[in-house]
Write a protein that binds this ligand. Sequence first.
Ligand SMILES: [Zn+2]
Length: 154
Amino acid sequence: MTDPRPDALRPVRALQVAQERDWTLTVLDIDAAYKRYLAEGELWLPFCASCSRFLPAWISRCADHWDAGMEMAQVVGEFRLWSWVEYLRSYPLPVAVEAPYIVAAVDIEKGPRVHGFVLGPAAEIEGRGRGVPMLLDRERTKSLGTPVFKFASE
Ligand SMILES: [Zn+2]
């Protein structure tokens, strides 16, 4: 079936442009690497060597250093809770998680805010303030293939 949208070929063209310009990373490369590392229980994101900053997994160029070399790097530094929400009803997810579950927004020290699960009763997260230190739960990240966080104090 042909995609009728006029821009349907844009991602293919963007990939061609990236390859012609010999850019070090493409969004497709990043997505594949991001998922591969999650399956190993690690969080890796695109990293700008020029400003030592991590970028979201869907960004392949640093906006401030367009020509800087980009590479995938394992996220280091502190993770801190920004906010969270508890889901009480299940809806189709690409991962095996049953409601109730919590999705948290977590700030990484030198990079973007990322989202991940916090698996456990909501009572464990209630009352915790913004900025509470968190860690990547490597075991559960590995088993689910998506970021799972836990409290650093656990
Ligand atoms: Zn940069």
